[in-house]
Design a binder for this molecule. Structure first.
Ligand SMILES: Nc1ncnc2c1ncn2[C@@H]1O[C@H](COP(=O)(O)OP(=O)(O)OP(=O)(O)O)[C@@H](O)[C@H]1O
Ligand SMILES: [Mg+2]
Length: 336
């Protein structure tokens, strides 16, 4: 089990609620941007609950619809559909006596929400193709990075299901809203990495911590943790200094262009926005185009025109800025 870093007043007040709700089988809805630690928090609630010895079963609702959703949650009997060669339990049964963690809950298609609500209300369900009513004893924790209330307003999420799941809401703020925790987080993650990789723990130069505190971390704690892991693995020096930070990270701190050429200004601003969005959606260009409110074709055109390249995870593949001092880096400039 990974350590849950509890620095800061916000996390401490979240943990007060967690200690309280863990004891009861009340439904909890965890919200917060991607990478803020929703799944980790759900596991902590489970581990602090009387169900801790029983399974914690996460389900990603974002990738399921129609019969696939029903199958994943309620299972099927042998012969229920082509390919159902044996009886399979669904997550409700697998999580019996334990906790069912419904991730990306906002994505449950409307067509599945009615049946799902019924099961939540009377804790009984039938496997696909079966007739036996099965009693499930699960505790439900759900999570989303969407505004579920807004989805209810738009008619995309049933209000009665929302209130059923939302008995105790827990909101984890984005890392940029609690930057004071960053120095301690860096410290704790480096301790964890040193223990996991059995490698000496480097110290960190104050200017590195400073630059971390000025960055906005769109990928939140996950982004910070991954960046530290990358630096930790790639460098054996006993001090992490600015020159150890990857060029694509430093890219965010480039000196603001002094050019008055509007075409250049637009290019810089658009490149930054496109890279940020691609990072947030892990490189999914269709989704990025939607967020940027341009067509996928326009996005492709801009990627070519501005020579923007990202890897499969949406991380920028840029030339190493440190190898090109003419690209002057200014660590005084505000990142965003
Ligand atoms: N407070 C914390 N202490 C230690 N690690 C953390 C903390 N918050 C997040 N992490 C780490 O950050 C990563 C992302 O966390 P997690 O998967 O729980 O986020 P999430 O909110 O569920 O993200 P997503 O919405 O993308 O699914 C994990 O590796 C997790 O261990
Ligand atoms: Mg998650």
């Amino acid at each position: 089990m990974q350590e849950f870093i509890l620095e800061g007043d916000v996390m401490r007040s979240i943990m007060k609620v967690v200690h309280q709700v863990a004891k009861y089988d009340v439904n909890v809805l965890i919200t917060g941007e991607s990478g803020t630690g929703k799944e980790l928090l759900a596991k902590i609630i489970h581990l602090q609950s009387p169900r801790s010895e029983n399974p914690f079963v996460p389900v990603n609702c974002g990738i399921l619809s129609g019969m696939m959703f029903e199958d994943k949650l309620f299972g099927h009997e042998k012969g229920a559909f082509t390919g159902a060669i044996r009886r399979e339990k669904g997550c409700f049964e697998i999580a019996d006596q334990g906790t069912l963690f419904l991730d990306e809950i906002a994505e449950i298609p409307l067509e599945n929400q009615t049946d799902f609500l019924r099961v939540l209300e009377d804790s009984r369900f039938v496997r696909i193709g079966g007739s036996q009513l099965i009693e499930g004893d699960v505790r439900i924790i759900s999570a989303t990075n969407k505004d579920l209330k807004d989805k209810v307003k738009q008619g995309l999420f049933r209000g009665d299901l929302f209130y059923r799941l939302h008995v105790v809401p827990l909101y984890i703020p984005a890392l940029r809203e609690r930057k004071a925790v960053i120095p301690k987080m860096v410290d704790r993650f480096l301790n964890q990495l040193a223990a996991n990789y059995n490698k000496p723990r480097p110290s960190v130069k104050p200017e590195v911590v400073d630059i971390f505190c000025r960055y906005d971390w769109p990928g939140n704690v996950r982004e910070l943790k991954n960046l530290l892991e990358r630096i930790f693995i790639l460098d054996d020096d006993d001090v992490i200094a600015l020159e150890h930070l990857p060029s694509d990270f430093l890219w965010h701190f480039r000196a603001p262009s002094r050019t008055m050429n509007l075409e250049e200004v637009r290019k810089g601003a658009e490149t930054k926005a496109i890279l940020d969005v691609l990072y947030r959606v892990a490189g999914d260009k269709e989704q990025a185009a939607k967020i940027l409110r341009i067509s996928p074709r326009t996005l492709r055109h801009k990627l070519n025109r501005y020579n923007i390249k990202v890897d499969r995870r949406g991380e920028p593949v840029t030339k190493n800025l440190l190898d090109h001092p003419e690209e002057s880096l200014s660590f005084k400039a505000s990142p965003r």
